[in-house]
Ligand binder design. Structure first.
Ligand code: AP5
Length: 221
């Protein structure tokens, strides 16, 4: 099964994907890919950082090429696309690349949250510098302060979680990513879910919806 997790910054895309990874799905997060490149100070990382730190999107051509390469190298896996696509151009590129490889997109899960919750969550988010594990000073701290429970890496605040960058990311979402909701409604793939639910409850609701969709599509065969 292949699906996209769509939602505002801070909607909880990365957090729910940590639950999905337990089902052997491959978590493909363009944000994580760029952060790894930034950490290794690669050419791509330097380019990506010039956009990300201001809250802007990395150009479509760059992002589309990364995803295409991964899909071409591993076409027979089950993917969760987190943070990709983020523009109509990216959605069209994903469709073409998947069609060319005979892969089907099964659903687009749209996590709905309001802007106040986004700001509250992102200004209290902390992440592991090494493995990307997600924490929050309000309700999910690592057992030892500043140390990741999963890998022992350093837990830090993301550079784009400053209030100015959060506001710009919300603008970018409204202008460039929100139109994807209509795009995927027309494709018959959207599944709206309340992103303010607790992560475990949210995961159960999404799994139930995905399983219903799966059994519906097999009964249609
Ligand atoms: P990316 O890393 O994808 O950032 P984002 O979309 O802004 O989303 P976030 O990672 O900030 O939030 P999230 O929804 O994953 O929330 P999380 O689970 O962490 O991208 C970063 C940047 O890279 C972009 O701005 C762009 O520049 C670039 N980029 C990436 N993809 C690109 C693309 N396709 N094209 C071009 N550029 C691209 O949760 C947030 C906090 O809330 C956490 O602290 C968490 O603990 C807490 N929380 C989450 N869910 C819950 C819950 N249900 N209940 C309580 N707390 C919760």
């Amino acid at each position: 099964m292949n699906f996209v997790i769509l939602g505002k910054p801070g909607a909880g895309k990365g957090s729910i994907c940590e639950e999905f990874k337990k089902n052997n799905l491959i978590h493909l997060s363009t944000g994580d890919i760029f952060r790894r490149e930034i950490a290794s100070q690669s050419e791509l990382g330097l380019l990506a950082n010039s956009y990300i730190r201001k809250g802007n999107l990395v150009p479509d051509e760059v992002t589309n090429d990364i995803i295409k390469k991964i899909l071409v190298e591993n076409p027979n896996k089950d993917y969760i696309f987190d943070g990709y696509p983020r523009t109509i151009n990216q959605a069209q590129a994903l469709k073409k690349n998947m069609d060319d490889l005979g892969i089907e997109l099964d659903a687009v899960i749209n996590l709905i949250v309001d802007d106040d919750l986004v700001i509250e969550r992102l200004s209290s988010r902390r992440v592991c510098k090494e493995c990307g594990a997600i924490y929050n000073t309000r309700n999910h701290n690592p057992k030892v302060e500043g140390v990741c429970d999963k890998c022992g890496g350093e837990v830090i605040t993301r550079a784009d979680d400053k209030i100015e960058a959060i506001k710009e990311r919300l603008n970018v979402y409204n202008n460039q990513t929100a139109p994807l909701i209509d795009y995927y409604i027309k494709e018959g793939l959207i599944m709206n879910v309340d992103g303010s639910l607790d992560t475990i409850d949210l995961y159960q609701v999404v799994m139930k919806n995905l399983n219903e969709r799966k059994s519906l599509s097999s009964s249609n065969l």
